[in-house]
Each structure stands twice: as C-alpha cells, then as structure tokens.
Ligand binder design. Sequence first.
Ligand code: DAH
Length: 339
Amino acid sequence: MKEKIEEIKKSAKEKIAAITSLQDLQDLKVKYLGKKGELTSILKGLGGLSAEERPKIGSMVNQVRDELEKSIENAEKAMKAKALEQRLEKEKIDVTMPSKAIKVGSVHPITQVIEEVKEIFLGMGYSVADGPEVERTYYVFDQLNTPIDHPARDLQDTFYITEDVILRTQTSSVQIRAMENQKPPIKMICPGAVYRSDTVDATHSPLFHQIEGLVVDKNITMTDLKGTLEMFAKNCLGPNTKIRFRPHHFPYTEPSAEADVSCFVCGGKGCRVCKNEGWIELLGCGMVHPKVLENCGIDPNVYSGFAFGFGVERIAMAKFGIDDMRLLFENDVRFLKQF
Ligand code: DAH
C-alpha cells in the first residue's frame, strides 16, 4: 500500500512539473485529489486494513494529499503569473504612437450669447431661473393680464396642446412662477426656448430663444430699468453702445417700452446690419403692471418692479453678422465652427 501511495505521489509530481496549461492542471487535480481520484479511493478502502495499519496509511494519504495540493497551487500561481507577463508584454502601449484625433465642436452662437448675458446679470446680483416649455395658459397669459380675446392667444400664433396647455410663446411665464414662489426682493433672469406658430424664413423660426428679466422690490422705478438695460447693452454690445426707449404696449407692464440700441457695427451711421436705420430693436420692457403683482400676491402699494424680455437669435445674428436665422438651426458644422 505504501508503495502504491509513493507511486501516486511520484507520478503526480512528474506530471505537475510537465504541465503546460491551466486546463491540464485542473484535470490533474481531479484525477488525483477529486472525489473519484486515486488518493480518495485509497482512503475509501481504509476499512479493509488492519487496525494497526489504518491510521498510518490514513495519515500518509493525507500528507501526500496536502503536498500535492500545494504543488498544484504553486504550479497554478506560476502559470497565471507567466500568462499575465506574456499579456503585458503583448499589450505594451507605445506612447510614441500618434493619437486618434478627437473632433472638438464649438459653442453654438445662441449658447454663447446666453452664457454671456448670464455672466452680465449674475455680476449685477441676479439669479438664473428656469421654467417649463410646455406651459399652462394660466402662466403665459391669464396671470400676465392677457385676456382671453387677446390676439397673442390666437390659434394662429400659439401651439396649443389642449385648451389650456400650450408651448410657451414667451419666457414671461417664468416671471409669474418666480413671483408666486418667492417674496420680494426678486432679481432674476430666465433664458429659454419659446415657440410660435410662424413659418420659417430668414428672420422667423417656430422655435427661438428669449431671455426674460424681472426685478421686484420696494422703490423700483423706471430709472432702475433704464440704467440696468443701458449697463447690459454696453456690456453685451460694446462700451459705446447707446440705448433709446420708445413707448409701446404690453398687457403685463405699465408703462411699457421697446428699447433700441445704436448699431454696434456702424456706430449709428447706417449699414447693412441695421438696415441703414442706425438703430437695432433690442427688447420689450416696462414697469410690472400692478394687476400682475396683485395676481401673484404681491402688494402693488408696497412693491414695484420692472421686467424685460428679448430674443437671443436677434442678438446672436447682429453680434456675429449672421443674416439668415435658419443657419442657426441647420447645425452645419462648417458654419458653426466659424464662431
Ligand atoms: N414677452 C415679450 C415678447 O415676447 C417681451 C417682453 C416685453 C417681456 C415686456 C417683458 C416685458 O418682461 O416686460 O415680445
């Protein structure tokens, strides 16, 4: 019996030493140490031995078993280390190889303008608000003092989803959300997409962008509005920019105005960009209508405010000398990378 065990040990060791693959090693493990392996079958046969021999043979088998287990384990480790080494050798990275060129896009002109305007107003202590593009008529019209028969609510101008849910036609809806949710003082701007049922041409698109501004506090006057917008125009369009206000009408402001800026291309002399006018229409604005403040639970006898709103595309087009709005939405990289 002893000889047989020695024999098994010797042959197993030889085989382990000669092994070349992990799979073969696994097979060997089963052959010698597995449930039906050679050593196990000797253990199973221990019952047939004399009481004196049984423990000796038993301990011998266990010893050999331990020894073989260790050998197999070592062989496995060595083999894995070798495989890893080979893999690393093969996968060596050549840091001198030229890299794949990554195409980097450019910031879209509309995004550039929005970011720049945000910076200017953040610098004046404004916060930046956000609001839904699919919006209730309550926020876009009713609360903004725009009655049910107002032309802006016409089906021809507005994309209706249901009778009282639309794609917002102006960011002014966010004023209402701000005033309903915050107590004055309020100082915010809101950039975002708006939608109107317009046919696409060089100056119209059914989707465009606006930036809304709102300030509500005690003692806010038209002077604050004019000063703020002048500051904004100079920062955004150049330090020599002049601004002028013309009376206008919006249902949610009283008084209301439209503001023009001196053409920042020709300085006011008249050119292609300003269509020889010397002025470029910039935005709508006014003092928040007392009715609108009241609608939002703000006492118009204590607080007053101003608001303004302008189109981002118009500024981007003037600033970058783009004469067709469609170019901004075609997203042709050859066009966009110029800015
Ligand atoms: N909502 C106006 C528009 O779409 C722009 C505007 C005018 C916004 C006057 C205002 C405002 O906040 O006070 O043309």
